[in-house]
Design a protein around this ligand. Sequence first.
Ligand SMILES: NC(=O)c1ccc[n+]([C@@H]2O[C@H](COP(=O)([O-])OP(=O)(O)OC[C@H]3O[C@@H](n4cnc5c(N)ncnc54)[C@H](O)[C@@H]3O)[C@@H](O)[C@H]2O)c1
Length: 246
Amino acid sequence: MRLQDKTAIVTGAASGFGAGIARRFAAEGARVMVADLAADAALALAQEIDGVAHGVDVADDAQVKAMAAGALERWGRVDILVNNAGITHLPTPLEEVDEATFDRVLAVNAKSVYLTARHLVPAMKAAGAGAILNVASTAGLSPRPRLNWYNASKGWMITATKAMAVELAPAGVRVNALCPVAGETPLLPSFMGGDTPELRAKFLATIPIGRFSTPEDLANAALYLCSDEASMVTGVALEVDGGRCI
Ligand SMILES: NC(=O)c1ccc[n+]([C@@H]2O[C@H](COP(=O)([O-])OP(=O)(O)OC[C@H]3O[C@@H](n4cnc5c(N)ncnc54)[C@H](O)[C@@H]3O)[C@@H](O)[C@H]2O)c1
């Protein structure tokens, strides 16, 4: 029960890494808000883990404001915020990604971090405590060709993590990031540009440990960084990548 009595919002928690993180946080004693654009799937997971579901588009200021207010009204405080919701464009030559797609990727992956900070950091500062975790990617450290603007959005997240960490440390708020390598989630075919044995072999060849990451891998790392065990750790972008970035 490493998160006993903690309260946590996990965005994008209805699927993939976010669902793994939400399940593990609940198993460790946290009260979890399963926040996701997919409201029905969020409800199903919230019922499974005895959490709270909240339908939200993390790129929309009014909706993020309502999410934060809902959590603060219910719990009185938010100890942990996991900015996990994210999307990608398909592998595409960089000059061919259309403007609407670019804007949406940046809004969901980058602007959302700003919006959740706007609406949750004041309460964390007032409490003198908080842990924020941004789910970035190895894409932000070691970009792959044709995932160009997605890569850049994750690089933005890593810099935002460090900027937030240094500014919020005196207020008792820690901010860290995770950098997963390609993982076994519904998003994986979008990164690979399909799902064939050949594409899998090509990606696996770049991961020294020889397998894709899993929601459990990310949940273990998130649990540590968001627990009091990591009370001296802030501003890190932790690779969970089987050695890909070495
Ligand atoms: N799977 C990978 O290979 C991989 C690798 C590195 C980083 N990541 C990152 O991990 C995070 C989770 O990805 P995943 O693979 O679990 O994906 P996923 O598609 O399985 O889950 C993402 C969830 O986010 C939700 N979501 C999407 N847009 C949203 C929005 N605007 N507002 C609220 N919710 C929204 C979706 O409904 C979905 O439930 C993302 O930030 C992704 O970029 C994934």
